[in-house]
Design a protein. Structure first.
Length: 142
């Protein structure tokens, strides 16, 4: 696996997993209290691709809205959207199982950009996430 992280660290298949997710998740945990909202741009061949505002309360996704259509996401589909902690889990899984992983972290520790190619020989399994405009606290997203 090739991994590039915010410090441009590249890991090969025989290297141990990076400690960077743990260090940054500790920074993130010290920064937030479980209530926040953010914009996520998801590039993938999947149902929840696109640009969304996501509201997290008590570390659970409670609301999401499509930025293009301005339509709220149905409650039954909210489980398809990640919290920041879920994105950290995705990064850790990708470190173990993906062929390629690139991660950049914000100054507050959360992954601000993640690109994963689970299998370089497969088509349409890649995913990219960009997290931006993260704001702490609960807010009504219109």
């Amino acid at each position: 696996m090739n991994v590039a992280a915010s410090g441009c660290e590249v890991l090969g298949p025989d290297d141990p997993p990076s400690i960077e997710p743990d260090v940054n998740q500790s920074r993130w945990n010290a920064y937030h209290d479980g209530d926040y909202h953010f914009e996520i741009n998801r590039g993938c061949f999947c149902m929840n691709g696109g640009s969304f505002w996501v509201q997290v309360v008590d570390s659970e996704v409670v609301f999401a809205i499509n930025n293009f259509s301005q339509e709220p996401v149905s409650v039954e589909y909210l489980q398809n959207f990640e919290t920041i902690d879920d994105i950290f889990d995705m990064v850790r899984n990708a470190e173990k199982d993906a062929d390629e992983l690139v991660v950049q972290y914000s100054e507050f520790g959360y992954p601000s950009m993640v690109t994963i190619d689970w299998n370089v020989m497969a088509i349409d399994d890649e995913i990219s996430l960009t997290v931006s405009n993260l704001i702490l606290g609960v807010a009504l997203i219109d």
